[in-house]
Design a protein around this ligand. Sequence first.
Ligand code: FES
Ligand code: FES
Length: 153
Amino acid sequence: MTVEFTLNGRQVSAPAEPNTLLLDLLRDHFRLTGAKRSCDVQVCGSCTVLVDGGPVSACTYLAHEAAGREVLTIEGFSELPEFEHYASAFERHAAVQCGFCTPGFLLTLKSLRDAGDLETEEDIRHGLDGNLCRCTGYRAILEAARDIGEVAA
Ligand code: FES
Ligand code: FES
C-alpha cells in the first residue's frame, strides 16, 4: 500500500506495509534520522514526532495512521523561524548533553507551547513526563523549558 501525508510541510507518498512503523518509514525511506529508536515500547520519547501538532511515539505509531495528516520531525522543525527560540534556550542552559533525547524534548515542548500548555512549572513537568534523558539529569532541560515557556522559576 501507499501512504500519503504531509511531511515537514511537503506532500509525500511512500510504500508502507500495514505493519510499517512511522519511525521506520521516516528513518529508512525518508532518511530523517532525528527521531531515534530506543525503548521501542512508547516509554522514552526519543522517537517523538508531531502528528497534527501533537506528540506521538513513532516507534509504535503505524505509518498508515499518518495518512492525510501533518507530520513534523525535528528536521522540519529546525527549518521554522520559531526554532531559534527553542535552540537558543537549550544552548543557554547547556540542555543538550548526548543529544539522543533532544529532538523529542524540543518537539514535545513545541507541542505544549503551541497548545498553551507551557505556562506553569506543573505544565512543564507533566508535559515532559514521557521524555526520558539518560545523561546528567533534567535540571538544564527544565531550565530551558522554563525559558521557552517564559515560566518564572
Ligand atoms: S523509542 Fe519510541 S518511545 Fe522509546
Ligand atoms: S541528552 Fe538526553 S539522553 Fe543524553
